[in-house]
Design a protein around this ligand. Structure first.
Ligand code: ATP
Length: 246
C-alpha cells in the first residue's frame, strides 16, 4: 500500500545540511497495522509524513549534488509520487490516506458531524445530506452518536480526538496514518483511542502509527524501530520472506 525506496530527507543546503532520513526502505501491506517507535528526533514523524505524501523526499545527495542511487522515492498505492505536481499529490493523498495528529485540528465552530463530513464534501462524491449521514454513522461507531450536533469546541479532549479519527476515516482511506494519536490524552481517553485502533486493525484497516508509548506500539501487529534516520528493527512484518502485497 505504501512503499519507500532508499528514502532520504535532508534539510538545508550543500554547505550546511542535516540528514533526517538516511535511505529508508519500507513496505506497508494493505491490511497491516504498523507502529513506528524510536527516540525523539530519530525521524519517525518525518517518515510518516513522507509515506503519506505530506512532504517530499530529497532527490539529490547534498554532498555530490547527484541523485541518490537507487533514487529516493515514495509509492502510494503502487503509484510513484516523484513526478506528481502538488495538486496531483494532494488528490492521491486525499483518496488513499487519512491522518490523525496529536492535536486534532477540528474546526471549532463546526459541529462534530460537520467536521467529519468536510473531507467527504471536499472530495465531492457525496451530497451534503449523505455526507452528514455517513459522518453520524462514523461518530456512532466511536461512541459519539449523541455528540454529532455539538460544536467541536464543546467536546472534551478525548471526544475531539475520536471525532478526528472519524474524520480521518471519512473517505474510506486505504491507510490511516497517525502521529502520536494518544499523545495529548489522559490514560482513560488514550485507552479508548487505542481500542479504536485495535478494532480498526483487526478489521483489516491499514494503519501506520508513530508513538512514544511502547504499550500502545506493541498492540500493532508489526513494530518498526528507528534510530538516527534509519530503521534498526522491524518485527512482525507481514509475509516476511515472501513477496509482499502492496
Ligand atoms: N522542518 C524542520 N526543520 C529543522 N529540523 C527539523 C525539521 N523537521 C524535523 N527536523 C529535525 O529532524 C529530526 C527528526 O524529526 P522527527 O520529527 O521526524 O523526529 P521524531 O522521531 O518524530 O521525533 P519526536 O518523537 O520528538 O516527535 C529532529 O532532529 C528534528 O529536530
Amino acid at each position: 500500500m505504501l512503499r519507500s525506496q532508499n528514502l532520504y530527507r535532508v534539510l538545508g543546503n550543500a554547505e550546511n545540511f542535516t540528514t533526517i532520513l538516511r535511505g529508508v526502505d519500507v513496505t506497508i501491506g494493505r491490511r497491516e497495522y504498523v507502529s513506528i517507535v524510536g527516540a525523539s528526533g530519530s525521524g519517525k514523524s518525518t517518515l510518516l509524513y513522507l509515506l503519506g505524501g505530506l512532504d517530499r523526499p530529497t532527490q539529490n545527495d547534498p554532498e555530490t549534488q547527484k541523485p541518490f542511487d537507487p533514487p529516493s522515492r515514495v509509492f502510494i498505492g503502487g503509484e510513484d509520487t516523484t513526478g506528481l505536481g502538488e495538486t496531483q499529490l494532494a488528490s492521491l493523498r486525499n483518496e488513499k490516506c487519512g491522518f490523525v495528529f496529536q492535536f486534532h485540528y477540528l474546526l471549532k465552530e463546526f459541529t462534530a458531524a460537520e467536521n467529519v463530513a468536510l473531507p467527504m464534501l471536499k472530495l465531492g462524491k457525496l451530497s451534503r445530506r449523505d455526507a452528514i449521514d455517513k459522518a453520524v454513522g462514523l461518530l456512532k461507531q466511536f461512541g459519539l452518536a449523541d455528540k454529532a450536533t455539538r460544536r467541536a469546541n464543546r467536546l472534551s479532549g478525548g471526544e475531539q480526538q475520536r471525532v478526528a479519527i472519524a474524520r480521518a476515516l471519512a473517505n474510506d482511506p486505504a491507510v490511516l496514518l497517525a502521529d502520536e494519536p494518544t499523545g495529548n490524552l489522559d490514560r482513560k481517553n488514550g485507552d479508548r483511542v487505542a481500542e479504536i485502533f485495535d478494532e480498526l486493525g483487526s478489521k483489516g484497516q491499514a494503519i501506520v502509527m508513530v508513538t512514544h508509548d511502547t504499550a500502545l506500539a506493541k498492540r500493532a501487529g508489526r513494530m518498526i524501530t528507528m534510530e538516527d534516520g534509519r530503521i534498526i528493527s522491524d518485527v512482525g512484518r507481514e509475509g516476511a520472506g515472501t513477496p509482499r502485497n502492496e
